[in-house]
Design a protein around this ligand. Structure first.
Ligand SMILES: *[C@@H]1O[C@H](CO)[C@@H](O)[C@H](O)[C@H]1NC(C)=O
Ligand SMILES: *[C@@H]1O[C@H](CO)[C@@H](O)[C@H](O)[C@H]1NC(C)=O
Ligand SMILES: *[C@@H]1O[C@H](CO)[C@@H](O)[C@H](O)[C@H]1NC(C)=O
Ligand SMILES: *[C@@H]1O[C@H](CO)[C@@H](O)[C@H](O)[C@H]1NC(C)=O
Length: 519
């Protein structure tokens, strides 16, 4: 953990040095950077650090100001880290004394974490709920340990759909009791989507350099879609879930949400890999490529890629000519980049594989959640709630603050009624595995696909059920200004291929533009 205990004397010495340095480089005010922070990529920022055009302190000050200015309206941030400036000073100090090559991949880069990702510092980790205020976690989440090691500055916590949207079906996307309703910066009256709403809102509106979200079923891909950001939903187990407030270990995954594919890849490089506190990372370690993911940021990454394009199921927009026009243009771009669009796949076979009147996901998830959340709450050092039962009681007691009458907590109540993994749950898990094998796996293998295409996050349920990865990239804007993306889904461990495709598509299209909203 970066030190927050520098003596005031040393701090003031740094500030003096910083001012001298700023004057000597001719920059007299914060607004007079030779370098513009807004929309800067991780690589831009690192280059600016290297060329002494920017310090991490200036960067953190910029984001804190933007949060102060924009967050009362957008509500993407729940809290800021009181130690962020200290961490910035520490990063600046290290940059001066260490050899450039010895610094971590995210050295001095401020990151915002979804509020279900634990930090053992002055911040709360609450999944947006008032029930966990004041609780103390035993340690940083596994991904946070890796971020600190990579040199990242923990800027704060992002808002979310409370409990990662696993409390009640009527809880609105982007709403949580702690920070209210998050807003889509592209159109304040449209859905920001969730559950990683705050991560998407904040990075879209330049309130952070990069962010982390989590996904169980759509929670990275959908808010990325709606806020014109790039989301990577990694293969389950590629990134550690230790210290992440859980829904189900079979589907939960932590991934980057950023303004560019390259930024997301820098973050993925920092967080992917082994963590003994999450056993799934041991098996998934085989997927992490030697040398990391940066090597797959190739402008010609589309060349020879076979992409499944199922028009009549995923790309049929009867009353939406804008989508048809935009996506047809993108299909041409993909072909132009050397991709082969495979259209003659047998989609009835695929759909039949998932055809069931029983909602297996809900059955398994309810039982998983009770076990996982109880175990998470038990290991907290201090907590006002110790079990799902306590959470339900808390919500009933503070039903006005948590809007229980309006938004409900039936997912909590249904989960509490389960009794471990019994016959019904085992069958549900087996059936989902079979659906994935006969559905997505077969579709990809029989057609030798590198990825399946979908507009928006519309294949997120397929990816969720099987633990498969997906990457979404901005693809266009609706008539009301709301963004939408193009999603690439692949088999487990296919991140290198998905990144090649997504990066080349992004470079060929460059659809993302910053939001312009009235405030
Ligand atoms: C964490 O929550 C407490 C209330 O329990 C609050 O006083 C404190 O300001 C919060 N921390 C931050 C960094 O916002
Ligand atoms: C697609 O698969 C279904 C059932 O799996 C089969 O009946 C049908 O003949 C196949 N269609 C084609 C065009 O191969
Ligand atoms: C799904 O199953 C139902 C009932 O078994 C059947 O009527 C329907 O045609 C099936 N749909 C698909 C897409 O296979
Ligand atoms: C925002 O979205 C709403 C609902 O779709 C729409 O009525 C409104 O015109 C949009 N605003 C702008 C500025 O496009």
């Amino acid at each position: 953990m970066a030190s927050s205990k520098s003596s005031p004397l040393r701090l003031s010495l740094y500030s003096t040095l910083l001012i001298l340095f700023l004057q000597s480089s001719g920059s007299h005010s914060k607004t007079n950077h030779a370098f513009s922070i807004k929309e800067a990529t991780v690589q831009d920022l690192q280059l600016a650090f290297e060329k002494n055009q920017l310090t991490s302190r200036q960067l953190v000050e910029f984001y804190l100001e933007e949060i102060h200015r924009l967050n009362p309206l957008l509500r993407g941030v729940i809290e800021v880290n009181p130690d962020a400036l200290c961490q910035a000073d520490e990063a600046d100090r290290k940059r001066k004394v260490k050899a450039p090559g010895s610094l971590g991949g995210l050295h001095g880069i401020p990151i915002l974490l979804k509020d279900n990702i634990a930090t053992k510092d002055k911040m709360n980790t609450t999944a947006g709920s008032l029930a966990l205020l004041g609780s103390i976690v035993p340690r940083d989440a596994g991904v946070v340990t890796k971020l600190r090691k990579a040199g990242a500055i923990i800027l704060g916590k992002a808002s979310l759909s409370e409990w990662a949207h696993f409390r009640g079906n009527n809880v609105p996307s982007g709403w949580c009791a702690r920070s209210g309703q998050g807003k889509n910066p592209y159109n304040l009256s449209t859905d920001p989507c969730g559950s990683s709403s705050g991560s998407a809102i904040s990075v879209a509106a330049n309130m952070a350099a990069v962010t982390l979200g989590t996904e169980t079923d759509g929670s990275i891909l959908c808010p990325s879609n709606n806020n014109a950001v790039v989301g990577i939903k990694p293969t389950v187990g590629l990134t550690s879930r230790a210290g992440v407030i859980p829904i189900t270990p079979r589907q939960d995954t932590v991934g980057p949400m950023c303004r560019t594919v390259a930024d997301a890849v820098y973050v993925l490089d920092a967080i992917a890999g082994l963590d003994y506190n999450d056993k799934a990372t041991i098996e998934a370690l085989k997927y992490v490529p030697h040398g990391g993911y940066k090597q797959f940021l190739k402008p010609d990454g589309l060349k020879g890629k076979r992409l499944g394009l199922v028009r009549n199921v995923f790309f049929s927009f009867e009353n939406e000519p804008l989508y048809t026009e935009v996506f047809e243009r993108h299909f041409s771009t993909l072909r132009h980049g050397g991709a082969i669009l495979v259209e003659n796949v047998n989609i009835s076979k695929f759909l039949a594989a998932y055809n069931s009147s029983i909602d297996y996901e809900s059955i398994a998830m309810a039982a998983d959640f009770k076990l996982a959340i109880n175990s998470y709450l038990k290991q907290l050092v201090v907590s006002p709630v110790r079990s799902l039962k306590d959470l339900i009681a808390f919500n009933n007691k503070f039903s006005n603050l948590e809007k229980i009458k309006e938004y409900g907590q039936e997912l909590f109540v249904d989960a509490e009624a389960t009794n471990g993994i019994g016959k019904k749950e085992k069958e549900a898990v087996l059936n989902m595995a079979k659906m994935s094998r006969n559905g997505f796996e077969k579709l990809i293998r029989e057609n030798k696909l590198d990825a399946l295409l979908s507009p928006f996050a519309s294949i997120s349920w397929v990816l969720a059920m099987g633990g498969y990865p997906g990457v979404i990239v901005p693809a266009g804007y609706d008539t009301d200004g709301t963004p939408f993306g193009l999603c690439f889904g692949g088999l487990k461990g296919s991140e290198p291929t998905l990144i090649e495709i997504a990066y080349a598509f992004e470079q060929a299209t460059k659809i993302r533009r910053p939001p312009s909203f009235k405030h």
